[in-house]
Design a protein around this ligand. Structure first.
Ligand code: ZN
Length: 182
């Protein structure tokens, strides 16, 4: 059986839209001098960041990410307005790892991996977790930082283990028997 081709009304829909990019360094300043960032790009840090472009988008969901089309950074303006500065900072470090991975030709969203065990994510998280520790964050704070709405508790724990963050003890199951006293 062949599908009848849908007939569209007389409308125009664009195909190729030029994205609006800004220079990363025009908005995110001082990153090129950080040891954490130099550890990502090495001696090419300055040129790597000079060539990095950022695209801002306005949406209440999503934080930031790297385009798997051309490796530019995408950042939610809502997140910049409402997120914790510390989390945003660590996210930038995380995404810069993805920028380097993309430029190395790595697949950012490799097939066959769940988010908590994708090698590209583990490397990015290990880098920002190390920076978080350097800033004085403990395991409990880092675990909180790892939580995002697309991972359930089990996945966050898995990710935490994969990136060397000790998950807090599981909430004890309520016992079936009533305690004698409390
Ligand atoms: Zn990531």
């Amino acid at each position: 059986m062949t599908m009848a081709r849908a007939r569209l009304p007389d409308v125009e829909i664009p195909k190729d839209i030029r994205l609006r990019y800004d220079r990363f360094l025009d908005h995110f300043k001082g990153f090129e001098d950080l040891p954490a960032v130099r550890a990502i790009f090495g001696s090419k840090t300055k040129t790597a960041l000079q060539s990095l472009r950022v695209e801002f988008f306005s949406s209440k969901w999503g934080y930031m990410g790297v385009s798997d089309e051309d490796g530019h950074l995408v950042v939610s303006t809502h997140y910049l307005r409402t997120g914790k500065r510390r989390d945003i900072y660590l996210d930038v470090i995380h995404e810069l790892v993805h920028v380097r991975q993309f430029r190395e030709g790595k697949e950012l969203f490799p097939e066959g991996f769940e988010y908590p065990s994708a090698p590209t994510e583990i490397e990015a998280y290990r880098t920002c977790v190390a920076e978080g520790r350097r800033l004085g964050m403990d395991d409990a704070e880092l675990f909180e930082y790892l939580k995002v709405e697309w991972m359930d508790e089990k996945d966050v724990r898995k990710l935490a283990r994969n990136v060397g963050v000790r998950p807090p003890p599981r909430r004890p199951r309520r016992s079936a028997r009533k305690r004698a006293s409390s």
